[in-house]
Design a protein around this ligand. Structure first.
Ligand code: AMP
Length: 558
């Protein structure tokens, strides 16, 4: 397979996207559309209404952004937006706006995020100057409608992104009012991770004969399941490279392939891993056949141990020695996961599949579990102490091996005189220390916060009223609490759950994600119970230590 740089985006060209968009995608290092993009983009280009079940990580943002950008006129554009995207949170409004900017760079698209908490003056000014795409939270969009600063008469496309989250946050009435203010002949697109009856109702009222796309419903492929040990690690984005390094240190794979989303990510990660002392080789669609052959040769001969690759570049490769498959991100569809993992565990040997996912991608892990009918246990990223233990174990094994061999004689000149002067045990310890230090072990003391995924769906607000939108409530109605005790105080997730449940009467099931850092912990509890939990824990102790509990000062990662 020969892939040229241009050929790399041909998957997108086949979907009928204009050259400016193809150029932007190529610059971002995207090599091919994700499954949801492949399905949704052609339909959206035909101006069909669409209802898609897709969670974060599937590439849904580009799936709706690219068709919107496709029809941006080259010449004069109106003042009012041609597209309106409604999202549940400020963070998502910013992310989606950035995505429009990145994809629409060559088109000079004017994108404006609109959300509460930002001074309204700046938004008013930008709206007056003219915008092409508005990405808004429903509350703030409604404010602007009431002020008559937002005009929706020219809107051709409306996207409801993470619709289930918006309904959970009590935005349903706002959404209805906003949709009434848009032209009846608009195109309407709804994306939602789940499709409860309330979403069906909303779609029934506002979408016209929508096509439906469901991601993550594929059945497990027929045939024998490969012999693979699977696990996942939940890691926040800034800690991903460090977490990967640490997992690799503990796993010590003989030959692993690490899958990345984009060419750019492949290059960055290869550099980082080489910096950590791994022999990593990049493989992506921007490389010539000759370069690719050279890389494969190095992996086969054992000169390289890690292959960092995109799906496109790794397609059709058969690597006999492969022991580990690593997903550096949640894959964009369960099918992709199955294909990747199918590369190990063949011929009766046990393979290992490891997936790093950001907390907001936890749904994709669940979708993969459903599709493959297999469990993917979520594990804690090895701690510095785990790593040290593992390295000492390996050193002990190496020493044992060395003792079995009988080529130790010419070290006598060093050991014997020292043995007369020092205790033999002391001497052995000093030698072990030197061996440990010279084994090239990277002394990595970086803090990687532990994240425990939600075991259950977070509780949904069932009240008729609207839960508070301001403050730090997350889209699922959860608030994050800061605890002044962390790993350093021996705190484990079950200690926090026990203390909260014991003091506040909350059930363990109501408690969301838990992150434990060295000196503090963060715990998600339902927004409606947050103040009660804080009051209940006042003056109490956890593991014999007094804990300060308050709302977290920084917004959550959504
Ligand atoms: P989303 O599900 O929209 O949040 O996208 C998840 C991530 O995938 C984002 O970081 C996107 O930049 C990235 N992404 C989206 N489409 C593609 C693609 N076709 N190839 C590579 N990366 C992509």
């Amino acid at each position: 397979m020969v892939l040229s740089t241009d050929g790399a985006v041909s998957g997108f060209a086949d979907l009928g996207l204009r050259p400016e968009l193809l150029q932007a995608l190529s610059g971002l290092g995207y090599e091919e559309p994700t499954p949801i993009q492949r399905e949704a983009i052609p339909l959206l280009l035909q101006r069909r209404d669409l209802m898609g079940q897709a969670a974060t990580g599937t590439g849904k943002t580009a799936a709706f952004a690219l068709p919107v950008l496709q029809r941006m006129p080259d010449g004069d554009r109106g003042v009012g937006p041609a597209a309106l995207v409604l999202v549940p949170t400020r963070e998502l409004a910013m992310q989606v706006s950035q995505a429009f900017h990145r994809y629409g760079r060559e088109l000079g698209v004017r994108v404006l995020p609109i959300y509460g908490g930002q001074p309204i003056g700046r938004q008013l000014q930008a709206l007056r100057r003219g915008v092409d795409v508005v990405v808004a939270t429903p509350g703030r969009a409604l404010d602007h409608l009431a002020r008559e600063s937002l005009h929706l008469e020219d809107v051709e496309a409306v996207v409801l992104d993470e619709a289930d989250e918006m309904l959970d946050m009590g935005f349903i009435e706002d959404i209805e009012v906003i949709l009434q203010a848009t032209p009846g002949e608009r195109q309407t697109v709804l994306f939602s991770a789940t499709l409860p009856p309330r979403i069906e109702g909303l779609a029934g009222r506002h979408l016209r004969d929508p096509v439906r796309i469901q991601m993550g419903r594929e059945a497990a492929p027929p045939g024998e399941a490969p012999l693979v040990r699977q696990s996942a690690y939940m890691v926040a984005r800034p800690h991903k490279a460090a977490a990967l390094g640490r997992v690799l240190d503990v796993e010590a794979p003989a030959a692993a392939i690490v899958f990345c989303r984009t060419r750019n990510e492949v290059d960055e990660l290869t550099e980082i891993l080489n910096g950590r002392g791994y022999r990593a080789e990049a493989l992506h669609g921007g490389m010539s056949q000759e370069q690719r052959d050279r890389v494969m040769g190095r992996l086969r001969s054992g000169t390289a141990e890690l292959l960092i690759a995109t799906d496109v570049a790794a397609r059709g490769l058969d690597i006999e020695q492969l022991t580990h498959v690593v997903n550096y991100n949640a894959p964009s569809a369960p099918d992709t996961y199955v294909h990747r993992v199918g590369r190990v565990g063949r011929a009766g040997r046990e393979g290992v599949a490891i997936t790093l996912a950001e907390p907001r991608e936890h749904r994709m892990i669940k979708a993969i579990e459903r599709a493959t009918n297999q469990q993917i246990p979520v594990q804690q990223v090895p701690t510095v102490a785990d790593l040290r233990t593992r390295r000492l174990e390996m050193l002990r094994a190496a020493l044992e091996e060395s003792l079995m061999e009988d080529d130790l004689d010419h070290f006598r000149v060093v050991a014997e005189p020292l043995a007369e002067e020092f205790d033999v045990m002391e001497l052995a310890l000093a030698a072990v220390k030197l061996a440990y230090e010279s084994s090239g072990a990277v002394t990595d003391e970086e803090e990687i916060p532990q994240i425990t995924p939600r075991l259950e769906q977070p509780p949904r607000s069932r009240r008729g009223g609207r839960p508070p939108r301001r403050g730090r409530s997350s889209p699922s109605g959860m608030a994050r609490l800061f605890f002044s005790l962390g790993r350093g105080a021996g705190i484990r997730p079950q200690d926090l759950v026990g203390a909260i449940a014991g003091e506040s009467g909350l059930s363990g099931r109501d408690i969301g994600a838990i992150q434990i850092a060295d000196r503090f912990s963060l715990v998600e509890v339902p927004e409606s119970a947050a103040d009660h939990v804080i009051a209940a824990l006042r003056g109490s102790t956890i593991k014999g230590r007094k804990a300060t509990v308050r709302r977290e000062r920084y917004p959550s990662d959504r």
